[in-house]
Design a protein around this ligand. Structure first.
Ligand code: NA7
Length: 532
């Protein structure tokens, strides 16, 4: 497929998606160059090294399934793997499959421009690379563009500051310090209990309280591990066909139809089990406000039972959006941490931040002096990393312009007007609503089959049609609006980034259903695409 100095494919990113994509493309005999901004593999797990960083999906689920040798030989130590262990795993994968030789590290792609005449992509980097490739595959991650909010006076702060998504590799020792943390999403909820144990004082600045489940993390039960490994093929099959990429048992269709004491027992059982499966208890929790209220009220009671100070408990209790419509968090001792004498909570809804000062953070009522400041303020999710690059399709069309009113894709995999460009777990696919590894493998396998088919048919180009894209965008939107998700100001909706269009970006139809749709598209000769 390649001419002189030309590559078959460029892959952007060397996280879980980029690495597996490279492995599969090599299997097709294609020439591939991967560019990675970090100086090592791992993506999310390379950057997010904040204290307590841990996967919310259980270890036996959150791993590659493509190699049985790999999944049999690797042993996880905990029910939920911590960041260092996941990073070790992905480094092991890179070595085991000899992936590093095609990855250029510490190199950020700045632009990807489609040349209509040659029908190739020209990709440029911040290190002066300029390569030409038939295919351009974005494995840039959904939560990789860290957001430090533009708060007045930010640059005047005299002490060190950190973003959870760009944590120093050597770690940070907060012993004896007064620390401020802005944000109470997953990253904050994982790190707050640990920072609180180190710091002399921790001030938590909260804009929106979250619903958080206990993790009940523990050493991985060797018996469970053996059982899964003995039946891994079936375990993975069920995950692929499930709604969210791992199996969560459902108790019934309707929380409202269940008797109140039975429902309470069910919620209690799930609380004791811990983890993300809570909102799957009843099918209507995410579609009926009334059903959702029963689950939300259960959480509120738990928070009141754990947190001693009623005012702090009230501030930590979400009341104005349905449970599960912002990402459910999973924690170890989060709520209990607010019983510590050295931890205080500032409710920014009552007393918003006015400015960051050289000494700390000033709200409408007080200045909080701190030695260090942590921004746990999240990411420009799903589109941020893509739109940071200058991506231009046919006729010079900029992706930034095309997506000015929100992302538009076909299947979350391709974009009309951008031939031979693929987005792994792009907006419009289940992505962040699923076990990412299951969704990544599904996309990578689909793209690999697609490129093999193009070669078999001696075609050079594949492009989503505008009609198929329009129909998919409508479908993603329709399904999203059948749920309660659009009622929350979440990063799923783009609500955390000032000025970002408010669109429900992921596809909530379910991982199994979505896979079937993608397979049908391929089996029918890539309906909705033009091959040339
Ligand atoms: P999240 O979940 O986006 O959380 C970011 C937090 O920071 C959240 O509480 C935000 O409040 C808060 N935030 C953001 N900007 C501001 C400003 N300007 N002022 C005050 N507070 C602010 O990011 P995470 O890193 O915790 O988690 C990302 C995902 O990683 C997570 O969902 C999992 O999938 C894993 P808000 O809620 O917007 O009011």
């Amino acid at each position: 497929m390649s001419g002189e100095n030309d590559l078959d494919a460029v892959v952007v990113g060397a996280g879980f998606a980029g690495l597996y994509m490279l492995h599969r493309l090599r299997g097709l005999g294609l020439s591939v160059q991967v560019f990675e901004a970090g100086d090592g593999v791992g993506g999310t797990w390379y950057w997010n090294r904040y204290p307590g960083a841990r996967c919310d999906v259980e270890s036996m689920d959150y791993s590659y399934s493509f190699s049985d040798e790999l999944q049999q030989e690797w042993t996880w130590t905990e029910r939920y793997a911590a960041q260092p262990e996941i990073l070790k795993y992905i480094n092991h994968v890179a070595d085991r499959f000899d992936l590093r030789r095609d990855i250029k590290f510490s190199t950020r792609v700045t632009s990807a421009v489609f040349d209509d005449a040659r029908r190739r992509w020209t990709v440029q980097t911040d290190r002066g690379d300029r390569v030409s490739a038939r295919f351009c595959i974005m494995a840039t991650g959904c939560l990789s563009d860290a957001q430090v909010p533009d708060i007045k006076g930010r640059e005047t702060f005299a002490g060190p500051w950190y973003h959870t998504g760009h944590w120093p590799h050597g770690g940070v020792d907060f012993t004896g310090q007064r620390v401020g943390i802005i944000g109470t999403g997953s990253s904050a909820i994982q790190s707050i209990p640990i920072i609180a144990r180190q710091a002399s004082q921790l001030v938590v600045f909260q804009r929106t309280p979250n619903y958080s489940m206990p993790a009940h993390n523990a050493a991985l039960d060797p018996e469970y591990e053996q059982r899964v490994k003995a039946g891994y093929a079936e375990f993975r099959r069920q995950a692929r066909e499930s709604r969210i990429g791992f199996v969560v048992e459902r108790s019934g269709d309707s929380a409202l139809a269940a008797a109140p004491d039975e429902r309470e027992r069910e919620y209690e059982k799930r609380w004791r089990r811990g983890g993300l499966g809570f909102s799957a208890a009843y099918a209507d929790i995410l579609t009926s406000q009334e059903a959702n209220d029963t689950a939300a009220e259960f959480f509120r009671k738990k928070i009141r039972a754990i947190v001693r100070d009623p005012d702090v408990a009230a501030a930590l209790t979400p009341t104005d959006y349905p449970l599960g419509t912002k990402r459910l968090c999973v924690d170890t001792d989060y709520y209990a941490t607010f019983n510590r004498d050295n931890v205080s909570l500032v409710d920014l809804r009552k007393t918003p931040i006015e400015a960051i000062t050289p000494r700390g953070v000033r709200t409408t009522v007080a200045e909080y002096a701190v030695d260090s400041l942590v921004f746990a303020t999240g990411f420009d999710a799903m589109t941020g990393a893509l739109l940071k690059m200058d991506i231009r399709g046919r006729g010079g069309l900029a992706l930034r312009d095309k997506w000015a009113a929100g992302p538009r894709t076909y299947l979350g995999l391709a974009v009309a007007g951008f031939p031979n460009l693929f987005t792994i777990t792009g907006p419009g696919s289940p992505s962040v609503l699923s076990n990412m590894i299951v969704s990544i493998e599904q996309h990578v396998d689909w793209i690999t089959d697609c490129l093999r088919e193009l070669r078999a048919q001696d075609r050079q180009c594949i492009e989503a049609t505008a009609e198929a894209e329009e129909a998919w965008v409508t479908h993603v939107n329709d399904v999203g609006h059948m749920t309660l998700y659009p009622r929350a100001k979440s990063w799923y909706m783009g609500a955390n980034v000032p000025g970002k269009p408010r669109i429900f970006m992921p596809y909530i139809g379910g991982v199994g259903v979505y896979r079937q749709k993608c397979d049908e598209v391929a089996a029918a000769g890539y309906v909705g695409f033009t091959l040339s």
